[in-house]
Design a binder for this molecule. Sequence first.
Ligand code: SAH
Ligand code: TMP
Ligand code: ZN
Length: 414
Amino acid sequence: MKTINIQKSKKCLICNNDINPFISYGEMPIANGFLNSDNFSKEYFFHMQVAHCTNCNMVQLLDTPDKDLMFNENYAFFSGTSNVMKDHFKNFAFQVKNNYLNVEDPFVVEIGSNDGIMLGNFKDWGIRHLGCEPSANVAHVAKEKGINTIVEFFNEDLAKKIISENGQADAFIAANVMCHIPYFHSIVAGISLLIKKTGIVIFEDPYLGDVIEKTSYDQIYDEHTFLFSVNSINYIFNEYGMEVVHIEHQDTHGGSMRYFIGHKGVRVPSKEAVDQLAKEKKLGLDKPETYTKFRENCEKSKVDLKKLLTDLKIQGKRIAGYGATSKSTTILNYSDIGPDLIEYICDNTPIKQDKFSPGKHIPIKNIEHFKENYPDYAVLFAYNHAKEIMSKETDFIKNGGKWILFVPNVHIVN
Ligand code: SAH
Ligand code: TMP
Ligand code: ZN
């Protein structure tokens, strides 16, 4: 069996304050670790607990698996599987180009660039760019498209190397990766060196405020070391002479926040940024009681989902899952839902198909399998792609099928 290297921390990863978990989700496997049956006995689990730091307000996992267990040449998430996300990242890229690259020979760096879903736009526009993507299989797809990509984990040392080879960057961009990185000080230190004095940092990640409000606890899994808020992001960037100058809420991934960050004093923080800092205090994101209530909501959601599926099964109904998301690993393992309740999960990602879901070992099938013999109910694990999926799958409804959603509460869509 492979030696497992677990980083343990009971000190805040951001400010070193003592932190205590407000919830335990129990033993969790690698969320994207879809596996063959030969590997069931070797499967890796870690104790997934979450804490809120009362000093810097960062919400974080207590234990995170070693990064090489999650990001490697078998990484299962290819960004390009969603057309809606392609459009989303095209708009993101346009925003960067139109508002921040009006300089001579601009240079853009993206980390977690995956298959090039965002950076490909800069390549098409002939803009100097560099992607930094440690998972070799997804990086390979980007390289094949002619997108400049290095297969490396970003950190302070890599930032220095990028500067020595390319000079400083005008824009540093990232999506759904900053919250993955426990060595966050090294990231922010690297960014503060890499970015020009007048440059901009723009990244987006699932937003703590949405997770709390919608009980979307499935955003918590091994890769998501942090759940960011504007306050916690501002805290850490302040330490490196930078500040949040603007924010924009996004509907993607069940509710995300896009942060715009610059060197201190270069840009005047927008009203939106200033207001959101205050709004988070009003929402109680700095108060332990908020997290106690969140725990109660998670516990209710877990009981409700298992009860609904069990009741339907007793009535002889067939239930499938739709979208073998990394998020579903938390739902299934925490709620103790296995193949006895969910026959299979269908997904359009080839690398996941004909494998089994992490921990609970529900078979993963292609979408044709779903279409050939519709179940009575389908749990929409990829609810963040609900519009795209529901509009593709109208025949399922015509055949009497029904969707089950669990955010913001467990319900059948009628
Ligand atoms: N930006 C894409 C991909 C997000 S998945 C999107 O939003 O769809 C997160 C990606 O970050 C993975 O491809 C993973 O390999 C990569 N990653 C993880 N740690 C990283 C690090 N330290 N530096 C750069 N990329 C990293
Ligand atoms: P995500 O929620 O992390 O983006 O993952 C979405 C998963 O859902 C991914 O494995 C691909 C899958 N999916 C489909 O199977 N069909 C679809 O139409 C879409 C948009 C996603
Ligand atoms: Zn802290």
